[in-house]
Design a protein. Structure first.
Length: 124
């Protein structure tokens, strides 16, 4: 996951999940023991994995786990007034700064407060 361009990652991707990502792949018939162990590990990883926020990310606000201060790591509720779908839409265009007014109008108070505490990193 951290080195997708490594030889190992490219070989595994080509064999087991050529058209998807590692976290969304499933067990295939005749999978090796190593691959089955990796899938087992990915299930455990999924329970506690969250995504880091960086400029240019395409994280989905309502589906991805990204808010570290919330128990579910996702917004608590979706307000009818919320018109944003991706985290990148919550930034002031061209910056790594939150559009505070947009965040506060798109989420309940507690969720907005936790989002505004997140300091976006630089996407590598």
């Amino acid at each position: 996951m951290t080195r997708p361009d490594s030889l190992f990652a490219r070989v595994i991707k080509g064999k087991y999940y050529p058209n998807s990502g590692f976290m969304s792949t499933t067990k295939k018939r005749r999978s090796s023991e190593t691959w089955r162990a990796m899938l087992y590990g990915s299930e455990a990883l999924e329970m506690g994995l969250i995504k880091r926020i960086g400029l240019g990310d395409r994280l989905y606000i309502w589906e991805d786990k990204w808010i570290t201060g919330l128990e579910s790591f996702k917004p608590t509720v979706r307000l009818d007034s919320a018109r944003v779908e991706r985290v990148e839409e919550l930034f002031i265009p061209g910056t790594r700064d939150w559009d505070e007014q947009l965040v506060r109008s798109s989420f309940i108070y507690r969720d907005a407060a936790e989002i505004l505490k997140i300091r976006p990193g630089v996407k590598l």
